[in-house]
Ligand binder design. Structure first.
Ligand code: IMP
Ligand code: MG
Length: 183
């Protein structure tokens, strides 16, 4: 593992701050239209979705309430381990509510699939899934997200909430990490 600075460790910027902001604005409008009149319960999946979530909620012109959960799915290095665990649950009653689950990125889809199944048992009116990035990996039965920001190739990305070994989350852009950093 080789962690130096963004300047040295970023291979290239995939989405700039401006590109992200423009896309989040579009997603906010789409979600506002979807829930017009009925305040959704917005749920952030910590920690990766933190910046995306707060930006997205501010681009939505509707009443809402917010909660924060944490799931741990990852990761040995940069590969998914396939097991998901809820580390912090929601304390808000979901019964008859429109629930919106906001994730940073979908890779195998296991995290969102697990969370949707779990929350479905709490009798919400609906569950909508949103992810900033959808890693377009070819896997059978992969989870189909309702709204996504960008589709990306199967590369390991950092920034705008996404980490490698808990670093780089605070980068204001989304970038590809140099391979030498995780070898
Ligand atoms: P999934 O359960 O395989 O869909 O994995 C989803 C989780 O893995 C995300 O919420 C991220 O925390 C993490 N993850 C997947 N791909 C990346 C990446 O390219 N960079 C950083 N984290 C990632
Ligand atoms: Mg995550």
């Amino acid at each position: 593992m080789l962690i130096r600075s963004a300047k040295e460790d970023v291979k290239y910027v995939m989405f700039s701050r401006e590109q992200i902001a423009a896309r989040v604005r579009e997603l906010g409008s789409a979600l506002t239209a979807k829930f017009n009149g009925e305040p959704p319960l917005m749920i952030c999946v910590l920690r990766g979705a933190a910046f995306f979530f707060t930006d997205l909620c501010r681009e939505m012109d509707t009443l809402m309430d917010m909660d924060f959960i944490a799931a741990s799915s990852y990761y040995k290095g940069t590969k998914s381990t396939g097991s998901v665990r809820l580390v912090k649950d929601s304390s808000i009653d979901m019964e008859n509510r429109h629930v919106v689950l906001v994730e940073d990125i979908i890779d195998s889809g296991l995290t969102l699939e697990y969370l949707v199944k779990l929350f479905a048992t709490r009798n919400p009116k609906s569950i909508t899934t949103v992810a900033m990035l959808d890693k377009d990996v070819q896997k059978p039965n992969r989870f189909d997200v309702d709204f996504y920001g960008f589709k990306i190739p199967d590369e390991f990305v950092i920034g705008y909430g996404l980490d490698y070994a808990d670093y780089y989350r605070n980068l204001p852009y989304i970038a590809v990490l140099k391979e030498e950093c995780y070898q």
